[in-house]
Design a protein around this ligand. Structure first.
Ligand SMILES: [Zn+2]
Length: 280
């Protein structure tokens, strides 16, 4: 009695398993036909909805479009009337992958190509996304080491090297006086000339540039240079006359009629010659 019950239950289970297998096979056949590029034949069409879909899916990519200082995860999401079948992508023209989560790494500008195809065989034209990554801080260099006379015009030439196109920079000068100059956002990888307006005291200074790039990376390395400010020579006073063409030392006999005090520098600049008698 017990054995008979077990046998009929086993037979029932076998029937169920067979039906299930048939169902699964049918689903698999429909799915395989749907994913394929060839159009579906009317006889195998599972529903009118699939054959009516002639519009390709549209895939959207979600990611941070600015400069990133770490790897970037891009989420791809396809939408379609008949249900998206597959989403494919390719980073920097490398091999094609299937999936909706893309991890992009490595410093530089990356191109992500992506597209989806639906169950009716419609394939979306490729879309591209620009992924910007920079994990390294900028490197700065001061390109000149100016020597000036105190009070003279002082220009410092420097460059900021980085993957990102811009960086926020500050020039630092230290020595007998210490100064900091906010330079704002500057383009990278090209020389800049900055005119220091501070009248620096005589002495030797160190100058370097601090910078933070667009990805938020702080300075990685800075090349330092020197600024030499020589003291301004003491003014040498000489004398000119109302009518003469020379300048003189105080006490020269040529000054007996008139004398006007003037700096030697100014006298030379105005075209006066040194007197041959007093040799100023
Ligand atoms: Zn003289």
């Amino acid at each position: 009695m017990g054995g008979h019950m077990a046998t009929s239950r086993r037979a029932g289970l076998q029937r169920c398993a067979l039906i299930l297998l048939l169902c699964l096979t049918a689903v698999a056949v429909v799915c395989a036909a749907g994913c394929g590029q060839q159009s579906l034949s009317p006889s195998s069409s599972p529903s009118p909805q699939l054959t009516n879909d002639t519009t390709a899916p549209v895939t959207t990519a979600s990611y941070d479009q600015g400069w990133n200082n770490k790897l970037v995860v891009v989420k791809l999401e396809g939408s379609d009337d008949s249900g998206v079948c597959t989403t494919k992508y390719c980073v920097d023209s490398q091999s094609v992958h299937t999936g909706t989560r893309v991890v992009v790494h490595g410093d530089g500008k990356h191109t992500l190509a992506f597209w989806s195809s639906d169950e009716a065989g419609n394939v979306e034209p490729q879309q591209t996304a620009r992924i910007l990554i920079d994990t390294q801080g900028p490197k700065t260099d001061v390109l000149n080491s100016p020597t000036i006379t105190q009070g003279a015009r002082l220009s410092v030439t420097f460059v900021i090297r980085d993957h990102t196109p811009e960086a926020t920079a500050t020039m630092k000068v230290s020595g007998p006086q210490s100064c900091s100059y906010a330079l704002g956002k500057l383009s990278t990888n090209k020389p800049h000339k900055y005119h220091i307006s501070t009248k620096l005291a005589a002495g030797t200074y160190h100058v370097w540039v601090k910078a933070t790039d667009l990805a938020g990376n702080a300075l990685a390395a800075a090349g330092t240079s020197t600024i030499t400010v020589n003291p301004k020579p003491a003014t040498v006073w000489v004398y000119i006359t109302n009518t003469g063409e020379c300048f003189h030392r105080w006490g020269c006999w040529c000054l007996r009629k008139s004398h006007i005090r003037i700096s030697r520098e100014e006298a030379v600049a105005e075209g006066y010659r040194p007197c041959s008698f007093c040799n100023p």
